[in-house]
Design a protein around this ligand. Structure first.
Ligand SMILES: Cc1ncc(COP(=O)(O)O)c(C=O)c1O
Length: 380
């Protein structure tokens, strides 16, 4: 078997689409102006920035004024959590047990409750309802988990929150109940229409959709009371100060458009690979367990436990054969800790440390999967 290079870590980073790069280039060298400056050339750049905002808003079914550009998904998630809780310091928020650290960490500074998931990784709606009390102002549930790829029932959660809001209204309580979802892993494959999802705030990430890293959006409905976490020159409606990174914003908008225009084809192609991969894997390794729901799952993820195998050893061996994959999320992998996401599903530390995430994308082929399976057969 000759050595190849097989990238199976698209959930960590996606290569930039050449069309995205092309859209960004004019704003790096020639049209570099600060969009807040007063001369015509800067005003032209400002209008390109505003067109990017409109394009993102249109895709999400939101208003342009509801789109806040940030430097990355981490910042957008921090802004959502901290920005609301700063305005309601005596209130409470509820998150799920499988949030990304960029939600967990800011939530830990406030009064919060954590909603468990079932063994498939799905948020339990009855438990969620029981955790929401009259002090709860925010619920934050990830749309697609970055480790196990499970798709959470976002619109069903929104309907539950609507019924709680209705009940509060009837009882004369006027504390809002906002719904935030971290959709960093969703845009290549899933619907992002905010009214259909029923979210008040949503995080999107350019680095996961063949756009630039450190480009992202927090969609914030206009009736949400949100404080800034980065203050200064008052850009982004005073919610996120700092000179706008115009090329990254333009790149984000074009990446999102490409991702959403092709999400049905992306899903079809990735599902075929996922089915093939799962079939070949189970044939070759009947002991291997796929973690997370198979039916409520993003099309480009398989997360596998190889019982008794050390995942760090396996990743090194796969890397030697040219295969790039991950143990959990990039962040928890770097710390060498067992994944909190897998623990939430009920996996033991031992099984967690025997688990690997394979995530594929638009360049992955069936022969990449064959190479992976053959490599695993050689190693295990
Ligand atoms: C679900 C999810 N949320 C948030 C983030 C944070 O994004 P970034 O590291 O680009 O700031 C990531 C990236 O790994 C993610 O997968």
């Amino acid at each position: 078997m000759s050595k190849r290079s097989v990238y199976l870590d698209y959930a960590a980073a996606t290569p930039m689409d050449p069309k995205v790069l092309q859209s960004m280039q004019p704003f790096l060298v020639d049209n570099f102006y600060n969009p807040s400056a007063s001369y015509q050339a800067a005003r032209d750049v400002k209008s390109v920035l505003e067109n990017s905002r409109k394009s993102v808003a249109e895709i999400l079914g939101a208003k342009a004024s509801e789109i806040i550009f940030t430097a990355g998904g981490t910042e957008a998630n921090n802004l959502a959590i901290t920005g609301i809780m700063k305005n309601y310091p005596k209130s409470k928020l509820v998150i799920s047990a499988i949030e990304h650290p960029s939600v967990n960490e800011p939530a830990s500074y406030f009064n919060h409750a954590t909603c468990p998931v079932d063994s498939k990784g799905l948020v339990d709606l009855t438990k969620l309802e029981s955790l929401i009390d009259d002090q709860t102002v925010l619920v934050s549930i990830i749309y697609v988990n970055n480790e196990i790829g499970v798709i959470e029932p976002i619109s069903a959660i929104a309907r539950l929150l609507d019924s709680i809001k209705q009940d509060r209204l009837e009882r004369g309580l006027n504390l809002p109940l906002y719904f935030h979802s971290d959709a960093c892993q969703a845009a290549n494959y899933l619907d992002l229409h905010v009214a259909r999802l029923g979210v008040d705030l949503m995080t999107l990430n350019g680095g996961k959709i063949y756009g630039p890293k450190q480009s992202a959006v927090l969609m914030v409905k206009s009736d949400v009371s949100l404080s800034p976490i980065i203050t200064g020159g008052g850009q982004e409606r005073n919610i996120r100060s700092g000179t706008e990174n115009v090329s990254a914003i333009v790149g984000f908008a074009s990446a999102l458009k490409l991702a959403q225009d092709s999400r049905k084809q992306n899903t079809e192609a990735a599902t075929k690979l996922q089915d093939y991969f799962a079939h070949e894997l189970t044939n070759a390794f009947p002991e291997a367990a796929i973690n997370g729901s198979m039916t409520k799952r993003i099309a480009n993820n398989l997360h596998v436990t190889f019982k008794g195998i050390d995942n760090e050893w396996l990743l090194i061996k796969l890397d030697e054969l040219g295969i790039m994959a991950a143990a959990g999320s990039a962040c928890s992998a770097a710390k060498g800790k067992p994944s909190t996401v897998l623990a939430a599903l009920g996996l033991s530390d031992k099984d967690s440390k025997s688990s690997i995430r394979f995530s594929f994308g638009n360049k992955t082929t069936k022969s990449d999967i064959d190479y992976l399976i053959n490599s695993l057969k050689e190693l295990l």
